[in-house]
Design a protein around this ligand. Structure first.
Ligand SMILES: *[C@@H]1O[C@H](CO)[C@@H](O)[C@H](O)[C@H]1NC(C)=O
Ligand SMILES: *[C@@H]1O[C@H](CO)[C@@H](O)[C@H](O)[C@H]1NC(C)=O
Ligand SMILES: *[C@@H]1O[C@H](CO)[C@@H](O)[C@H](O)[C@H]1NC(C)=O
Ligand SMILES: *[C@@H]1O[C@H](CO)[C@@H](O)[C@H](O)[C@H]1NC(C)=O
Ligand SMILES: *[C@@H]1O[C@H](CO)[C@@H](O)[C@H](O)[C@H]1NC(C)=O
Ligand SMILES: *[C@@H]1O[C@H](CO)[C@@H](O)[C@H](O)[C@H]1NC(C)=O
Length: 389
């Protein structure tokens, strides 16, 4: 504290200031005092520089130590060239599921990125928002598929193959499925669509802990015949997180900027087919970053000249489990809905007894905002989102 004060007070601009407090105090001073004080201050400067340098160096060192905690699987020396993992010129799919896109024109393909072991979450999605009644309600052709990686475990692999034979909705690509490989999963999604889906209009990327209102999504996409479309829950002004315990920790060697470009939450976003191709080609030239949403909808979109756009129907938060809200025209996604919650809210939504006459989405959303937030949610809302201008 003392040094800081001194440093401040001998800054050259202050030395020449008529009322410099170190030299004149409150009562001012004569010419002799002024000269002496000036000389003393100058003599002190080198000492202060040395001291300041040491303190500064120490601060830098402790900072670089915390920043070099590596991302498991993506240490400093690991190649981040996507071409090495995606092999754009080779077939990599373990289960290619070629029939998914064989219809002459597919309006929307929803790709749910799912962890191999999440059999229950996939079953709940099939029975709820991806179920046949929900699909046939719309006149457009819509399909839902699950994208998995390689479990590196023969027991799990056999179960996945059985599941695929039964439902024909599993795409399995050749990379090790793990949390830190989610970027590979998203780029494999782009590769699969680029090579196997030539007549699809829109692709939605979502996760297996999500609720998706397909009817509202189709209504949104039907409004205009859009290309150059990348839309979801926009996050602006987010910073890399240096806390190594945080789920979104990003060391300096992975990202050097102070801010991320604006990006869409990976929980749910829509792309037109032209955007899929442009993002795929950008990804093959952009060094991998482990947070898939920042990477694809931020870094690659920026490189490809595509602007991600916000739509309030998408959210990365958990919405209040209210069937009227999930049915409301203003909602497309809700995050962190587990299999039992999904089944419960879906059966309520489709119950003839459900009465939403007194319901307005704005009051439901206001009630949710005033409700208690968990610590995790708070970190999320502070660190991940700030106002978009
Ligand atoms: C990819 O395909 C090329 C030519 O078909 C082949 O020479 C190469 O070995 C393949 N690479 C891998 C990693 O399988
Ligand atoms: C089907 O559409 C009707 C009318 O738009 C709607 O009321 C109903 O909830 C929809 N059903 C499902 C299962 O989404
Ligand atoms: C493979 O997965 C099964 C089921 O999750 C698990 O019980 C088993 O321990 C795993 N095997 C290996 C070798 O990891
Ligand atoms: C990510 O995938 C690559 C390619 O399959 C694999 O070599 C690597 O071990 C995986 N990394 C992690 C962290 O699972
Ligand atoms: C979009 O417009 C093109 C012609 O500009 C037309 O061929 C196509 O059917 C339209 N697609 C949709 C989904 O409306
Ligand atoms: C789903 O979450 C609720 C709390 O939100 C919890 O009580 C329930 O046990 C969870 N169910 C499953 C299958 O994880």
């Amino acid at each position: 504290m003392g040094w800081e004060r001194l440093l401040y007070e001998v800054r050259p601009t202050h030395i020449h200031h008529h009322y410099h407090p170190l030299c004149f105090g409150s009562s001012g001073g004569n010419m002799y005092h002024r000269k002496c004080c000036f000389v003393c201050s100058i003599a002190l400067l080198p000492i202060l520089f040395v001291l300041y340098g040491q303190v500064y160096h120490e601060a830098q060192n402790s900072e670089s130590e915390t920043h070099t905690v590596a991302i498991p699987g993506w240490s400093y020396n690991t190649s981040r060239d996507l071409r090495r993992y995606v092999l754009p010129d080779n077939v990599t799919a373990i289960i290619p599921q070629l029939d998914l896109c064989s219809s002459p024109e597919l309006f929307l393909l929803v790709i749910v990125c799912s962890a191999v072991a999440n059999f229950k979450a996939r079953a709940a999605i099939r029975e709820t928002w991806a179920s046949a009644p929900s699909m046939t309600n719309s006149s457009s052709s819509i399909k839902v598929a699950f994208l998995l990686g390689d479990p590196d475990n023969s027991t799990l692999q056999e179960l996945v193959e059985e599941e695929s034979l039964q439902y024909s909705d599993i795409i399995q690509e050749g990379f090790v499925d793990s949390y830190n490989n989610l970027t590979l999963k998203s780029v494999m999604m782009l590769k699969w669509v680029t090579t196997n889906c030539h007549s699809v209009w829109y692709i939605m990327k979502t996760d297996d802990d999500m609720f998706v209102n397909i009817n509202n999504l189709v209504s949104l996409l039907k409004v205009r015949n859009m290309s150059n479309l990348l839309v979801g829950a926009l996050i602006c002004g987010a910073r890399p997180i240096s806390d190594t315990q945080n789920k979104w920790y990003a060391p300096h060697y992975m990202y050097q900027g102070t801010l991320y470009p604006n990006y869409l939450s990976g929980t749910g976003y829509i792309m037109s087919r032209d955007v899929v191709l442009r993002l795929y080609h950008a990804a093959l030239k952009t060094p991998l970053f482990h947070l898939e949403d920042v990477y694809l909808t931020g870094l690659c979109a920026h490189a490809a000249g595509i602007r991600p756009r916000h739509h309030p129907a998408f959210t990365y938060n958990k919405r209040k489990l209210d069937a009227c809200l999930y049915k409301d025209k203003t909602v497309i996604t809700s995050h962190r809905v587990n299999s039992s919650e999904l089944r419960k809210v879906w059966s309520e939504m489709n119950s003839p007894q459900l009465d939403c006459s007194g319901f307005t989405a704005t009051t439901a959303l206001a009630a949710q905002k005033s409700g208690a937030k968990t610590g995790k949610q708070r970190v999320m809302s502070i660190k991940r989102s700030s106002k978009c201008f």
